[in-house]
Design a protein around this ligand. Sequence first.
Ligand SMILES: *[C@@H]1O[C@H](CO)[C@@H](O)[C@H](O)[C@H]1NC(C)=O
Ligand SMILES: *[C@@H]1O[C@H](CO)[C@@H](O)[C@H](O)[C@H]1NC(C)=O
Length: 389
Amino acid sequence: MEKSKITLFVFLLFSFWVSANAVYNINVVDYGAKTDGKTDSTKAFLTAWNLACSKTQSVKIYVPNGRYLLKQITFKGPCKNNVTSFQIDGTLVAPSYKVLGNAPNWILFYKVTGLSISGGTLDAQGASFWACRRSGKSCPPGARSLAFNFGTKITVKGLTSINSQIMHISINNCNNLLMQGLKIVAPDDSPNTDGIHIQLSTGVTITGASIKTGDDCVSIGPGTRNLWIEASNCGPGHGISIGSLGQDKLEQGVQNITVKNVVFTGSNNGLRIKTWARPSNGFVRGVLYQDIIMKNVVNPILIDQHYCPRNKGCPSQESGIKISQVTYRNIQGSSASQVAMKFDCSRTNPCTDIKLQTVKLTYQNTAAKSTCLNAKGASTGSVLPQSCL
Ligand SMILES: *[C@@H]1O[C@H](CO)[C@@H](O)[C@H](O)[C@H]1NC(C)=O
Ligand SMILES: *[C@@H]1O[C@H](CO)[C@@H](O)[C@H](O)[C@H]1NC(C)=O
């Protein structure tokens, strides 16, 4: 080949390489999404997603400032690429609970791999649903705001979720999820508005979260492994809870959970593990709570193996869930009740290897108390209230 042809060939090859690797940009507004918060934008978002999902190169879906009304929507994978990003500058608004009907999730990502979501606000407008529930009328079961089912390698950064109908974020059967800088807000008295619920999932990391809600800030269900929660704030809310577990006889265990550098403010619970008093093959093994601050928390440290929140029709058996290797290291602050530390374990399956390593919890100006039932372990360093292990 002569030189000019070689140059042309190299140029064409290079251009092809660039276009194959360039990020393909999709703006939802170009596909008919409306920013008025009133016009249904569900179809526009789905069209944008389906296009993104069909590309073999990286794709960025952009949601500009504005309010977008979305009905129940499922972003379905697997996609032809594993590099889709969603950049959200706007707010996604849910329709009335009557429109969502029996949908268990408002926004669902299903079987998606390699997704990153950044920014954005989800406003589920849950107040009318809570009012329906409080009225005692018959209401739909309610929809979780954002759910990931069977997802892998997913990052969510800087997302805000407000006023979910039931739980805000649900992670189910996922691997390798990072949630960074999430802000979750619902009133203290809103029913069952858990912040983040995780189950049957491995390798979930939550950092820099601020969660103020009406139920658990984070609830950790069966089959959760290698969970890391760090540098986060919880409260008001019901604390960070492992459980409730042991609802079913056959249940996957919870293993390798780290909660580090978390501040609880005015929450009902701090570090809680709860199981029903029923036979089960499940377990909780390898939990580290470290560098925790409690500010006026009703139950700062709690293991409750006789969990029965409504105190009605409670199982009268003992819990089959085996709890072991739970370490409380450097837990400080104030309790809003006298019993700052309570280990109420199963008679048939006592808690074992509970470690207290420097704990200082106070109750008003008097001494706080600790109570133990069927709990075995050891304490090192100064432990206040005095350990009952
Ligand atoms: C995406 O990731 C999944 C799981 O790791 C893999 O099976 C699949 O081949 C990947 N797809 C592409 C297009 O890279
Ligand atoms: C425990 O989980 C962390 C992530 O939270 C992970 O880095 C570590 O390797 C896990 N340990 C074991 C023994 O699996």
